[in-house]
Design a protein around this ligand. Structure first.
Ligand code: FE2
Ligand code: FE2
Length: 368
């Protein structure tokens, strides 16, 4: 495991090391009663399907700027200006720069989220009472170390641009790590952060259809993530519908609503506009309000909503908050037990098909 770290990840406000106090109760399970078959079969799958970062073809030359220039030559600017209605019409150079940075921003936040998952899941090993869940969580911890490794290698060796953790994600990860209740660690990490990651990885993979290394990387990570989300759903099922008091349930509702707002904020991409030296307010307002960007953010919740529903957490209060964000349209999609893979919403697939067709130089572009 040796690679060139050409491009160190910038540090956020907390500096090189950030300490948060995690006050979980550590539980021994002296019964070793292995009876939760669904968790045991997930554990077997996890062990069998583990891969190595060295399995990826790191010799692939990654040149996103060249790919974006090819897309621009095929007339991408016209389409983006129509579709995304930016506050300032974008010429090819500005558009390429924006796409390079948005891609690097997304991949950097994936890296930071992976480190959060590594730490949160180590905490689950300690706090979850059942031995089967400790086994699976231990397996997930090693998946997460590998995910940190591959995203870090891609960003530092291949991409050349990266971003520090965005404050909203930093805060959510801190909340998850600091919370003393083991189910809230699951709810925050496996259901919210990883549920969003599954959708976000899927979207990035579609957007970067012409870059084979990131395709392979994301496909491998997504296969692991779908098991991690299923782990959360299987571990929490029945807990919220059968075992919790009204007060305890209300605290979980508050947590879900707060986490939803923090995850949405992370998708506004404010640091990208800052780094580009563009008018941050103008562009963040655009990101908040434009139909395309709003739709993009909503689709990130396409896996979270059905999973919350399965857990009995799509309660009237959460429904009310989600109705305001127009997220309830995903409630009838398949949850992670019915469909562990992420099936992107049809509207998203159609949109990206349209994008990619424009991006591929077709007969008319070549003729011109
Ligand atoms: Fe991960
Ligand atoms: Fe994960």
């Amino acid at each position: 495991m040796q690679y060139k770290q050409n491009n160190p990840i910038p540090l956020g406000k907390s500096g090189a090391y950030e300490s948060v106090r995690s006050t979980i109760e550590t539980v021994f399970d002296w019964q070793y009663e292995l009876k939760k078959q669904n968790l045991l079969s997930l554990y077997e799958k996890g062990k069998t399907l583990a891969w190595n970062a060295n399995d990826l073809d790191w010799s692939i030359d990654v040149d996103i700027e060249r790919l974006m220039r090819e897309r621009a030559r095929a007339g991408m600017a016209g389409m983006i200006n129509t579709l995304m209605s930016p506050p300032v019409a974008l010429e090819d150079d500005a558009l390429i720069e924006m796409q390079l940075h948005m891609n690097a921003f997304m991949l950097s936040q994936f890296l930071h989220g992976e480190q959060g998952a590594l730490l949160a899941t180590a905490k689950i090993v300690q706090g979850v009472p059942w031995e089967e869940a400790k086994f699976y969580a231990a397996n997930q911890v090693s998946d997460e170390a590998r995910h940190v490794e591959v995203y870090h290698r891609y960003l530092t060796e291949k991409l050349g641009i990266s971003y520090e953790i965005v404050p909203s994600l930093d805060r959510l990860l801190d909340d998850i790590i600091e919370d003393p209740r083991w189910d809230v660690t699951f709810l925050g990490m496996q259901i919210m952060v990883e549920g969003l990651a599954l959708a976000a990885f899927g979207i990035t993979r579609m957007q970067m259809g012409d870059e084979p290394l990131v395709q392979d990387l994301i496909t491998r990570v997504m296969a692991d993530e779908s098991r991690h989300v299923a782990f959360g759903v299987l571990s929490l099922q029945d807990l919220y519908t059968k075992e919790m008091s009204a007060t305890e349930l209300r605290e979980r509702e508050d947590f879900v609503i707060e986490a939803t707002h923090l995850l949405r904020e992370r998708l506004l991409m404010e640091p990208v506009f800052e780094r580009l030296g563009w008018d941050v307010k103008l562009w963040t307002d655009w990101s908040q309000q434009t139909a395309f960007m709003t739709g993009f953010r909503q689709m990130m919740f396409s896996k979270i909503v059905p999973n919350l529903k399965r857990l009995g957490l799509l309660t009237p209060r959460v429904r009310d908050a989600y109705a305001k964000l127009d997220l309830l349209r995903f409630e009838h999609m398949k949850d992670s037990v019915e469909d562990p893979e992420v099936t992107p919403p049809d509207e998203l697939v159609q949109l990206f098909m349209q994008f990619m067709q424009t991006a591929q130089p077709g007969p008319s572009a070549q003729a011109g």
